[in-house]
Write a protein that binds this ligand. Structure first.
Ligand code: NOJ
Length: 504
């Protein structure tokens, strides 16, 4: 049985004779989730309404299966079970996100919801009691609705409210949370939320909304980092980073100069856009130039891209202890013919056409194919552009429609993790940790519950939301305990009594 399966789903490298690289001793492994995607309990115990609650209650039909996060995995009630899943997985840490509205129902500090603080304290303490480090994301897309009513992220004052919220988090949890991620995937929050209108709060203002939103968020990130420096770092001794998502953008023809330019521009304008300010204090030069040129030709008096003042640049520079990277896939790129696409927009400002090679294996998501070597090239690019900073992979994973014997996901993890090993051993990239997305199947935003990323299967038809281990969870456990990729390892399947009894 195993041999047949092995041949059917063989990973890209399985048959090659490759060096048996090991993960460094201090390299850490974990699994991730996010509040809106797993917690449920959307209006329990004093939680306030957030922009996803509001939007999806008002427009259920915007999500493929008309679902929402009202109950999701019900982790608000089942967190102890989730911690046992993590324990059985053998991970060093759990990356979860904190729901701003659960802590501050109005988004502001006029009301602090003690029940929300208690919930995260219980989760953090349960993790620590089971030997798992809590890593907390402060913002994974669920802005309190009252702050959206005042304009949301494009409004600069939202940064001040975020900093107030961050202080509450440091004060309440910073004695135990030693790795913080301020924001998750700014491009999705801002281009999705305020330019393209594809994510909450579903506002369409292309070419402007996304830039304004990003500017506020970057200032909020920088100031939160400085707040930690001044008031908390001394006694709490933790680290702060930010999670930025990026594909690798492969030049369409490797030796064609314009395709190489397209790759570089795309990386600068979709990754450098966020990382450059945190590392070097400002947006990439190429981005400043391109947005200004387009803005003027569109009739604006100045660039649509906001500017950091000299003081803000100084404040922003170096505001990271690690760069969080969320990576799933890659594409090929070439330069767009000038004027292609609707003005103004970030796409037109970038001026690059992307496509995915039809020969690359599919996932269940329309937006990604399996391209393991892409993560290697991206890690090398980051090393070269930012002087080999510590990079923490804060998300990586595979989507399917839902099966327990998920050999394809297992092989995805093997292949991507081996490319990370190569980046560490062959290219000397400073990669310090890895996070599987996701601990369990959950609410996948506009795809609802139709797509599954979990290492554990969740039965959403059952009110109890039972979780069961998938095959990939054993493979991931094998990698992180043996600290290398064993191409031949697959668990017996279906699992024996022995290895299922750890569940629940
Ligand atoms: C990125 C996001 O951070 C997460 O919320 C989402 O579920 C995964 N990628 C998969 O799309």
């Amino acid at each position: 049985m195993q041999t047949i399966v092995f041949l059917m789903y063989t990973s890209t490298f399985a048959l090659a004779d490759l060096p048996d690289y090991r993960f460094p001793d201090d390299f850490v492994f974990g699994a991730a989730s996010a509040s809106y995607q797993i917690e449920g309990a959307w209006n329990e115990d004093g939680k306030g309404e957030n922009i996803w609650d509001r939007s999806l209650h008002e427009h259920p039909d915007w999500v493929i299966d008309k679902s929402n996060g009202d109950i999701a995995c019900d982790s608000y009630h089942k967190y102890k079970e989730d911690v046992q899943l993590l324990k059985n997985l053998g991970v060093n840490f759990y990356r979860f996100s904190i729901s701003w509205s659960r802590i501050l129902p109005t988004g502001k500090t006029d009301q602090i919801n003690q029940a929300g603080i208690d919930y995260y304290n219980s989760l953090i303490n349960e993790l620590l009691a089971n030997g798992i480090e809590p890593y907390a994301t402060m913002f994974h897309w669920d802005l309190p609705q009252p702050l959206q009513d005042e304009g949301g992220w494009p409004e600069r004052k939202t940064a001040d409210y975020f900093i107030d919220y961050a202080r509450v988090l440091f004060e309440n949890f910073g004695d135990r949370v030693k790795r913080w991620i301020t924001f998750n995937e700014i491009i999705q929050i801002c281009e999705g939320g305020y330019s393209g209108g594809s994510f909450a709060p579903f506002i369409k203002n292309p070419g402007i909304g996304g830039y304004e939103c990003t500017h506020t968020i970057l200032l909020a990130h920088g100031k939160t980092y400085r707040l930690y420096d001044s008031d908390f770092r001394g006694k709490q001794q933790g680290q702060i980073g930010i999670s930025i998502d990026s594909f690798w953008h492969e030049p369409d023809y490797l030796d064609r100069e314009t395709d190489q330019q397209a790759s570089e521009i795309d990386l600068e304008m979709n990754f450098g856009w966020f990382v450059n300010p945190c590392v070097k204090g400002n947006y990439p030069d190429v981005m400043i130039e391109r947005v200004k040129k387009n803005s003027i030709s569109e009739g604006y008096n100045r660039s649509r891209l906001p500017e950091f003042s000299p003081e803000e640049q100084e404040m922003m520079k170096g505001t990271y202890d690690f760069i969080g990277l969320n990576h799933y896939s890659s594409d090929k790129v070439y330069l767009a013919v000038d004027g292609a696409g609707d003005h103004p927009s970030h796409w037109v400002d970038t001026g690059v056409i992307r496509y995915q090679d039809s020969s690359w294996p599919d996932s269940a998501c329309s937006w990604f194919k399996v391209v393991p070597w892409g993560i290697n090239k991206l890690l090398v690019w980051i090393k070269n552009h930012y002087n080999n900073p510590p990079v923490f992979i804060t998300e990586n994973g595979f989507s399917d429609y839902g099966q327990h014997d998920d050999y394809v996901r297992a092989n995805y993890y093997k292949d991507y993790l081996y490319e990370i090993l190569k980046a560490i051993h062959e290219q000397n990239c400073n990669v310090i940790g890895y996070t599987a997305w996701s601990l369990m199947d959950n609410f996948e935003w506009m795809s609802g519950y139709t797509l599954r990323f979990g290492l554990h299967y969740v039965d959403f038809d059952d009110p109890e939301r039972p979780r069961t281990r998938k095959l990939s969870s054993y493979v991931y456990n094998n990698i992180l305990t043996t600290r290398h990729v064993d191409w031949d390892y697959y668990p017996d399947w279906p699992p024996t009594q022995d290895n299922t009894k750890q569940i629940n």
